[in-house]
Write a protein that binds this ligand. Structure first.
Ligand code: SDX
Length: 394
């Protein structure tokens, strides 16, 4: 190729944005939602309260929380004609494919009644999607196992509703395990937002054109699905199953270091964290509690994950490159203990991250100075050249 044009560092200005929502200190391994540390929120708050915080900027009063919970509860159902869409998917379609399609199709339902310039419409969009994502995901799971879809119950909390919609069957009563509901609630708080990650940036980019927000949100689900992003939680469990036991750890670490080998240590490394991902620390701690509750203390995969972390964090390659476990490394251990199948791990991430996508979209659309996203490039192609007739080409 001909000469490469000089790199203009100023163009990075077109690839960044201002936001008040989430702050990450990658070197220190710190993560805050609207100024509150995720560690404190995970210990004291709830996923729906974190949703209110991310959307509104402040923790709610008791009355505000009651009204917010009520608003979410009354948006959990999906239109029955939308349920028919599931029949168009083959039974073994990946649930993330189904969620991308179903969420995108909501734009057809709400297109005429959503004015992106109207703050009330933006709020209803956010409430609808926070409320409906568990129903959409649970229906995708039921479709994959050939069971009747179960609708939401208004007297259940957010994660209890999800577990019941996934695991209840008409033939018998289903009792939600409060430990499982709490574990999911903590995981959802930790996955709720993460600044300008790939899927959130995708939603912002799509939304910056003025596109329908339901369609924009579906682009976030698609981006999250990738194994380098939210799809890593599923990939970690598959990797642990492939490694099998601790004796194989050295062999797989060598594979991860070999540039000619496509194998990467899934759940390790991060674009921003060059220290421990604070979410991974909380989830690792929670693994112990959940596994003990289900009498799975000697869970082979968890023991293998702990050994993998120990050996990797003593290995020069990982230490030099500041590669630490990220949010996806331990989350699958908990999902599996709750009986959630591996292909539903990333849908869990998508449910939790819906509030982050919606909060960033609302923040962007409320900005009167908002402009269409238009990343620049460094051109490395040919200089100008003349056309050559086909009979004169080499
Ligand atoms: C999420 O952005 C977000 O905020 C995302 C997220 C969120 O909440 O939204 O935090 C969620 O997506 C977490 C990441 C989940 N993905 C994985 O766990 C997949 C495995 N990780 C890697 O694919 C990788 O670490 C990435 C994709 C996460 C980051 O890729 P980068 O930016 O290329 O990593 P880097 O620049 O820090 O890499 C530095 C070096 C490179 O080698 P050298 O060129 O220096 O020789 O480390 C190597 C990389 O090849 N490296 C790895 C590795 N991750 C980076 N080598 C082996 N195994 C790995 N996992």
């Amino acid at each position: 190729k001909q000469g490469v044009f000089t790199y203009d560092p100023a163009f990075t200005a077109t690839c960044s944005c201002d936001s008040d929502i989430t702050f990450i200190d990658g070197e220190a391994g710190k993560l805050m939602y609207r100024g509150y540390s995720v560690e404190q929120l995970a210990e004291h708050s709830s996923y729906l309260e974190v949703c209110y915080l991310l959307l509104n900027g402040e923790l709610p009063s008791a009355d505000e929380m009651e009204a917010f919970r009520d608003a979410i509860t009354h948006h959990t159902m999906i239109n029955q004609s939308l349920v028919k869409f599931y029949d168009g998917f083959h039974y073994d379609a990946h649930p993330m494919a189904i969620m991308t399609g179903i969420t995108g199709s909501l734009s057809a339902f709400y297109h005429d009644t959503t004015d992106v310039r109207d703050p009330e419409h933006r709020k209803i969009f956010a409430h609808r999607m926070i409320a409906k994502m568990p129903t959409i995901a649970a229906a995708a799971f039921k479709h994959s196992v050939g069971q009747p879809k179960i609708g939401p119950k208004n007297d259940l909390d957010y994660t209890s509703n999800l577990l019941r919609m996934m695991f209840a069957v008409p033939a018998e009563e289903y009792e939600v395990d409060p430990v499982a509901a709490k574990a999911l609630d903590v995981l959802f708080m930790l996955h709720a937002d993460h600044e300008q990650n790939a899927s959130t940036s995708t939603v912002r980019m799509a939304g910056s054109t003025g596109a329908n927000p339901y369609a924009a949100l579906s682009t976030g689900i698609a981006a999250l699905w990738g194994p380098a992003h939210g799809g890593a939680n599923e990939a970690v469990l598959n990797m642990l199953a492939e490694i099998g036991d601790a004796s194989q750890v050295p062999k797989y670490l060598e594979k991860a270091k070999d540039k000619n080998d496509p194998f990467k240590l899934m759940g390790f490394g991060h674009r921003v964290y060059k220290n421990f991902d604070p979410r991974a620390k909380v989830i690792r701690g929670y693994c112990h509690q959940v596994l003990e509750h289900y009498n799975m203390q000697n869970n082979k995969l968890f023991e293998l994950a702990l050994e993998l972390e120990r050996v990797a964090l003593e290995d020069e390659y990982f230490v030099e490159r500041k590669l630490y476990p990220n949010v996806d490394f331990y989350s699958g251990i908990i999902y599996q203990a709750l009986g959630i199948p591996v292909n539903m791990f990333t849908p869990m991430f998508a449910i939790a991250r819906t509030v982050g996508w919606a909060a960033h979209w609302c923040e962007m659309m409320a900005d009167p100075k908002m402009r269409i996203a238009r990343p620049r490039q460094v051109y490395t192609g040919y200089d100008l050249r003349d056309y050559v007739d086909i009979d004169k080409r080499g």
